[in-house]
Design a protein around this ligand. Structure first.
Ligand code: NAD
Ligand code: DAU
Length: 366
C-alpha cells in the first residue's frame, strides 16, 4: 500500500487517546509500518497508560502531550504548532459498565470532547492551503454498539443499519458520530468514521471481558459471566483494527462510514471457556485445577445487548482490507502476552482499579 499520509511535507498525525488500549497499539503499529511522526494527545484517565508506549522512549517520532480533548484552546494551539495532516480520534470513555454506574464522564468526553475537537479541526482546516485541504482527514473511531442489538437471525450490521444505541456509552458514541457527520455536511470537514466490533489483544485494561477473565483465571478467582452467557460479540484482534484504520485513512472517501469486524462471532461462554483451556495448557496449576470450574453466573448487565455482528464487506470491497488474525490464534497470542507481562498487569491494577472491581461486582453476587 502506498501511504498518501506518509508524504513528508506535512507535520505529524495527531492521535487522541494514544495511551489507551487501541490508541497505543495504533501508535506502535503506525511507527512500525508508516514511520512518520505521531503527536499523541491523551488525558491519562484511569485507562491511559504511558507504559504501553515504553518501547518508544527516546524515539523523537513520538511526541506526547498530556491534555484533555475538551480543551479547545489547547487543541487549537497544538494544531497551529504541529500542522498535522490528519487527526485520528480514539480518546473516549469506553467501558459500558462504567457508563451505567456513572454516565457523566461519557457525555463530557465522548460528546463535548469530540465537539471541541471538531471545532478546533474546522477552524484549522479552513485556513489550510488548497493542496493540504485535499489530503487532510479527520478520522473518528467509533463502535458497532451505536447500531443496538441483533437477534440470532438478524443480518450483521451494515453502514446503513439505523442507529439504536442502548447504553449511555453507546448513546454518547452515537451522538459523537452524528456531530462528525454534521461537520462534513455543514462545513465540508473531510471526515471518515469507522464503526468497529469488540477488540482484544495486548494492553487492554483488565476491566473488559477478555483480560479480566485471563487474570482472574490465572489467580484462581471466580469468572463472572453476566446473565446466561449467551450474548454474542464479533471479536477482532487489535492489530487488525489498526491496519483497517490505516487503510481508511489512506483510501477512505470523505463523509463515508466504514464498518470493521473480525467475522468471529462467539458467545461469552465460548470466549471464557477458550481462555480457561488456554490457561490450563499454558499455566497449569494443580491447586486451581480446571479453570472452567471457576465460571460463575452473576446478575446481568442492565440493558445488555444480545448480539453484535459486523458486515465488513464495504471496507473489503473498496479498500481491500480484511482481518488477518483468526480468533483461535489471536486469543492464544493474547493469553501469552498477559502471562509474559505480569509487571504491566501489576502496575495497572492500582487502588482505583480495585475500587472499580468492588463497585461493579459486589452487587452482582448471585
Ligand atoms: P480505552 O478506554 O482503553 O482508552 C481511552 C483513552 O482515551 C485513554 O488513554 C484515556 O486516557 C484517553 N482519554 C479519555 N478521556 C480523554 C479526554 N477527555 N481527553 C484526552 N484523552 C482522553 O479505550 P479503547 O478500548 O482503546 O477505545 C478507543 C476508541 O475505540 C474509543 O473511542 C472506543 O469507543 C472505540 N472502540 C473501542 C472498541 C473496543 O473493543 N475496545 C471497539 C470499537 C470502538
Ligand atoms: O462492540 C464494541 C465495544 O466492545 C466497544 O465499543 C467498547 O468500548 C468495548 O468495551 C466493548 O464493549 P462490550 O460491552 O461488548 O465489552 P465488555 O468487554 O465489557 O463485555 C463483553 C461481553 O462480556 C458483554 O456481553 C458483557 C460480558 N461480560 C463482561 C464483563 C466485564 C461478562 O459476562 N462479565 C464481565 O465481567
Amino acid at each position: 500500500m502506498t501511504m498518501r499520509m506518509g508524504s513528508d511535507h506535512y507535520g505529524p498525525i495527531l492521535v487522541t487517546g494514544g495511551a489507551g488500549f487501541i490508541g497505543s497499539n495504533f501508535v506502535l503499529e503506525w511507527l512500525r509500518h508508516i514511520g512518520t511522526p505521531v503527536l499523541n494527545l491523551d488525558g491519562l484517565t484511569y485507562a491511559g497508560n504511558l507504559e504501553n508506549l515504553r518501547s518508544l522512549e527516546g524515539d523523537a517520532r513520538h511526541i506526547f502531550v498530556h491534555g484533555d480533548i475538551s480543551d479547545e484552546k489547547l487543541v487549537a494551539a497544538l494544531l497551529q504548532e504541529y500542522r498535522p495532516q490528519a487527526i485520528v480520534h480514539f480518546a473516549a470513555e469506553s467501558h459500558v459498565d462504567r457508563s451505567i454506574v456513572s454516565p457523566d464522564a461519557f457525555i463530557r468526553t465522548n460528546v463535548f470532547g469530540t465537539f471541541a475537537l471538531l471545532q478546533a479541526a474546522r477552524s484549522y482546516f479552513s485556513a489550510l492551503g488548497e493542496e493540504q485541504k485535499k489530503t487532510f482527514r479527520f478520522l473518528h473511531v467509533s463502535t458497532d454498539e451505536v447500531y443496538g442489538s441483533l437477534t440470532p437471525e438478524d443480518p450483521a450490521f451494515t453502514e446503513d443499519t439505523p442507529y439504536a444505541p442502548n447504553s449511555p456509552y453507546a448513546a454518547s458514541k452515537a451522538a459523537s458520530d452524528h456531530l462528525v457527520r454534521a461537520y462534513f455536511h455543514t462545513y465540508g470537514l473531510p471526515v471518515l468514521t469507522t464503526n468497529c466490533s469488540n477488540n482484544y489483544g495486548p494492553f487492554q485494561f483488565p476491566e473488559k471481558l477478555i483480560p479480566l477473565m485471563i487474570l482472574n483465571g490465572l489467580e484462581g478467582k471466580p469468572l463472572p459471566v453476566y446473565g446466561d452467557g449467551r450474548n454474542v460479540r464479533d471479536w477482532l484482534f487489535v492489530e487488525d483494527h489498526c491496519s483497517a484504520i490505516r487503510a481508511v485513512l489512506e483510501g477512505g472517501r470523505p463523509g463515508e462510514t466504514y464498518n470493521i469486524g473480525g467475522s468471529s462471532e462467539r458467545t461469552n461462554l465460548e470466549v471464557v471457556a477458550t481462555i480457561c483451556d488456554l490457561l490450563d495448557e499454558l499455566s497449569p496449576d494443580q491447586k486451581i485445577g480446571s479453570r472452567r470450574n471457576l465460571m460463575t453466573f452473576v446478575p446481568d448487565r442492565p440493558g445488555h445487548d444480545r448480539r453484535y455482528a459486523i458486515n465488513a464487506e464495504k471496507i473489503r470491497r473498496e479498500l481491500g482490507w480484511s482481518p488477518v488474525e483468526k480468533f483461535e490464534t489471536g486469543i492464544r497470542k493474547t493469553v501469552q502476552w498477559y502471562l509474559e507481562h505480569r509487571d504491566w498487569v501489576e502496575h495497572v491494577r492500582s487502588g482505583a482499579y480495585l475500587q472499580w472491581i468492588e463497585t461493579n461486582y459486589a452487587g452482582r453476587n448471585a
